[in-house]
Design a protein around this ligand. Structure first.
Ligand code: ADP
Ligand code: MG
Length: 559
């Protein structure tokens, strides 16, 4: 028997882990069950790709065994098991995930639903156990091994007896102390509860012996204890369930179980489509931007299942780029499990689903905007920029899809407004949707160019992001109202009489203007008299289609 040391950093990590990462001790069971389920998935996956292996679903299960007297809790699985090396590599090094490696190795083939990837879940067992023993026999190895650890002082590993392939995790539950209570993890009822709460959708049965009271034989009122093996989890995935049976909490649990994000989703969308293409989907609009969202590291996509079996972790074809923030999964019985990625791209069903989903997301966002403005604005702060990119990219082909979702800061409302809201507030004699560009709302407010428009009582949209003006240029108009920069030459406000007056005044001061023009010859094209100024003596306007701000951006762009 050899005793090995955890690596130094592992020691520190382990300590950190046990004491701070998890706020709820009870999740140790979720982690161990997820590992068991992953292990069964792996053997299932092998059976799919290896003809010599047979897979009978009934042979695969997870069993939780409670031995209250000895303070022992066992979690047994019939999964793929671990070789000696794997025991050392995966359990001896914290933050090493055999499951992540497995996923990467098999990336080119069809995927499947493996939960683990962080390589820390296993250690949560030390939150409740003083000793953790793992007895495992791997599919690919002759013998079995026993791994054992008390946490901080490293682990031992030795050959062991085990007939069947799979893994047994044996926890010696800590004794209660004055401040910390552990006895609850030796209560049948409590364990059942934890399994139900976290692991209800695990696809394999989680079995447990449960004590039930039964009438004594031949007696009318005397009961006796009777032990019965029950399957605790319902196994029906949440997306197959009826919406009416599910609570908001079920969805947010699913969101965090799936590790879609660490935030709380702003909204969930549950689709059960039964038309030209049949599918179930649960989608989430996250609240916060994933840390890598606006980088090229970020990978969009939805999980894609075919009849309950995962075929792809991130199917990017299911989401347009402008909705790349959406998380979730799609399950369709109309897709074949063996479909390859290349074929998938041309799959008619998949195209239908993605079109369907796209419209659904748009409508749900519009509904959110209407019903819960604050939440929508929260969402828009995080992902509005992505929607704008969406308008701008693909030659504006998505503008109909996205224009109603856009918001800009309004000079009148002093908050974000939609284009539709702008239009509804337009005066009868107002021809255009006015906008002004600048670094910040405060700066724009002080622009002399805004004076005339504001004085007319017209609303101005303040564009403070670089992309904003490009977006309006691509849109060109909203509901037939064209966009107009307040620094444009013709604002559509000055009336003809004024124009004529301007001409006479201009002629009268011709010499002065010529002088100014000569002095500023390399800076301006023309110097003219203006009626749009109220309190400012001078302002810059531009002749063409492009505003001064946009010109700046274009000039800064690499050619
Ligand atoms: P993760 O599940 O995020 O990968 P864990 O710390 O939970 O990290 O587990 C570490 C690794 O140990 C897993 O990736 C897997 O390779 C291995 N492992 C853990 N439990 C089992 C098990 N019951 N059967 C087979 N392998 C397991
Ligand atoms: Mg795990």
């Amino acid at each position: 028997m050899e005793t090995k040391q955890f690596r130094a950093e592992s020691k520190r990590l382990l300590d950190l882990m046990i004491n701070s990462i998890y706020t709820h001790r009870e999740i140790f069971l979720r982690e161990l069950i997820s590992n068991a389920s992953d292990a069964i998935d792996k053997i299932y996956y092998r059976a799919l790709t290896d003809d010599t292996l047979e897979f009978d679903k009934d042979d695969y299960y997870i069993k939780v065994i409670l031995d209250e007297k000895n303070r022992v809790l066992k979690i047994i699985d019939t999964g793929i098991g671990m070789t000696k090396e794997e025991l050392e590599d995966n359990l001896g090094t914290i933050a090493k995930s055999g499951s992540l490696a497995f996923k990467k190795e098999n990336e080119l083939k069809d995927g499947y639903d493996i939960i683990g990837q962080f390589g820390v879940g296993f250690y949560s067992a030390f939150m409740v156990a003083e000793t953790v023993t793992v007895i495992s026999k791997a599919l690919d190895s002759e013998g079995a091994y026993k791994w054992e650890s008390q946490g901080i002082d490293g682990y031992t590993i030795e050959p062991w007896e085990k007939d069947t392939i799979g893994t047994e995790i044996i926890l010696k539950i800590k004794e209660n102390t004055e401040d910390e209570k552990y006895d609850e993890y030796l209560e049948e009822y409590r364990l059942k509860d934890i399994i139900k709460k976290y692991s209800d959708f695990i696809r394999y049965p989680i079995k447990m012996n449960v004590t039930i009271k039964k009438l004594k034989e031949g007696s009318e009122n005397e009961y006796e204890d009777y032990v019965e093996e029950q399957t605790i989890n319902s196994m029906v995935p949440i997306w197959r369930k009826n919406k009416n049976e599910l609570t908001e909490e079920d969805y947010s649990n699913f969101y965090s179980e799936k590790r879609y994000g660490f935030d709380k989703p702003v909204k969930h969308i549950h689709i059960s489509a039964d038309g030209a293409v049949r599918y179930n989907a649960i989608l989430f609009i996250p609240e916060r931007i994933p840390f890598d969202y606006y980088t090229k590291e970020y990978e969009k996509g939805l999980e894609l299942y075919s009849n309950g079996v995962l075929i792809m972790n991130k199917c990017s074809d299911l989401l347009p780029d402008y909705f790349s923030f959406v998380k979730g999964m799609v399950d369709s019985e109309d897709l074949s499990l063996n479909i390859s990625r290349e074929m998938l791209q041309h799959d008619r069903q998949l195209k239908l689903i993605s079109k369907n989903i796209k419209n659904k997301i748009k409508n749900e966002l519009l509904a959110l905007l209407k019903d819960d403005r604050d939440k929508y604005e929260e969402f828009y702060k995080s992902f509005g920029r992505q929607l704008k990119y969406g308008v701008y990219s693909d030659f504006g082909s998505n503008k109909d899809m996205l224009q109603d979702l856009l918001m800009f800061y309004s000079s009148k409302a002093k908050k974000l407004v939609t284009l539709n809201e702008y239009i509804s507030g337009m005066a009868d004699d107002q021809k255009y949707i006015y906008y002004a560009t600048g670094e910040s709302n405060e700066r724009i407010e002080k622009l002399p160019q805004t004076e005339l428009v504001t004085e007319k009582g017209f609303e101005i949209l303040y564009l403070t992001e670089e992309i904003d003006e490009f977006v309006l240029k691509v849109l060109m108009a909203y509901k037939e109202k064209e966009f107009k920069s307040v620094s444009a030459g013709d604002l559509g406000i000055e009336d003809q009489e004024n124009e004529n007056n301007l001409d006479t005044e201009h002629t009268a001061n011709k010499e002065l203007f010529e002088r100014m023009k000569t002095i500023l010859s390399d800076k301006v094209k023309d110097v003219r008299i203006s009626k749009r100024l109220k309190s400012h003596p001078v302002c810059l306007t531009n002749d063409g289609e492009i505003s001064i701000e946009m010109e700046k951006i274009l000039n800064a762009m690499p050619n």
